[in-house]
Design a protein around this ligand. Structure first.
Ligand SMILES: [Zn+2]
Length: 296
């Protein structure tokens, strides 16, 4: 991932509710200090991003971590009418449009494309009908992806998150666990390529190896980090992996929200345990750049 993609991640303070987008500057800091002057809590960038990804319950500022950009604008519109809103050219995919009508009326968006959308307004239940035709304002906030990039584990994690939010718990558990597997496979592939193993051998090795072996000895051989030494290990082994296998083999046919949430959070913790471990290993090897660190 290069720098333009970091806007996709949010740093969330581990103490207060303050959150902000990851910037290049955050990557060279040893410790992140909360931007809230009254909090000033200190944590690592890994903890901050992890907290951001695990923010599931906040429905006011939805978590769209594939959307690496946001655009807001004020639209002038006659109440009771509709208007076409043009959007900037660098929009590759829209994740969410939030509308805030400035007055006693409601608004919505239809015919949404990357170029724009139709904004309409109408009276709320308790609106005074005489305001129809008056000039009104609607603030629009668009969360979008401005770079075309593909990071399979991150996409799977976003889908797992979306399924969790929409109550599809079995699917969410499967997607969360597959996100971890995709992260591990792609990281092992990079590691084996770097030590000179050919593509065919790598893919045969990965197909023939069970996930518990990949997350422990193989990751440890290449990057000196294994899942068994993380705080999320027990939940991963006894819940995430077990439930995933149960669903895939038809023995687990229902799942609760708590189960899906546990698996999602366990997977985020596990992936970040690895990301931090791999970054630390690369630092030790004298690299000047890892996924979430840059030397000054
Ligand atoms: Zn804070």
């Amino acid at each position: 991932m290069d720098r333009s993609k970091f806007g996709a991640f949010m740093i969330q303070c581990n103490k207060c509710s303050r959150g902000w987008s990851v910037s290049e500057e955050d990557l060279i800091k040893e410790k992140i200090i909360c931007q809230d002057p009254e909090c000033k809590s200190e944590f690592t960038i890994y903890e901050g991003i992890k907290n951001g990804l695990k923010k599931v319950e906040d429905h006011i500022t939805p978590n769209f971590f594939l959307a690496n950009n946001a655009y807001s604008l004020m639209v002038d519109i006659k109440i009771g009418y509709s208007a076409y809103v043009h959007l900037p050219e660098d929009i590759k995919k829209i994740y969410k449009i939030m509308l805030f009508p400035m007055g006693p009326f409601v608004s919505g968006a239809t015919d949404i494309t990357n170029n724009g959308f139709n904004l309409f307004t109408s009276l709320a239940n308790d609106s005074d009908p005489s305001i129809v035709g008056d000039q009104g304002k609607v603030m629009a906030m668009i969360h979008f992806k401005s770079e075309d990039y593909e990071v399979p584990w991150l996409h799977l994690l976003q889908y797992a998150f979306d399924q969790l939010r929409s109550g599809e718990y079995l699917t969410s558990i499967l997607l969360s666990e597959i996100a971890l597997e995709a992260y591990v496979d792609s990281t092992l592939t990079i590691g084996y390529s770097e030590i000179g193993l050919d593509k065919d051998s790598i893919s045969r090795l990965l197909v023939a190896t069970e996930i518990p072996v990949k997350v422990n000895p193989l990751m440890n051989n290449l990057f000196e980090v294994k899942l068994a030494s993380s705080a999320s290990w027990k939940d991963w082994e006894r819940k995430a992996l077990k439930w995933r296998n149960g669903i895939a083999h038809g023995t687990k046919v229902t799942a609760t929200k708590d189960e899906a949430l546990t698996v999602y959070k366990t997977v985020v913790d596990s992936i970040f345990h690895f990301i931090e471990g791999v970054d630390n290993y690369r630092k030790k090897q004298g690299h000047t750049e890892g996924l979430f660190f840059r030397s000054k």
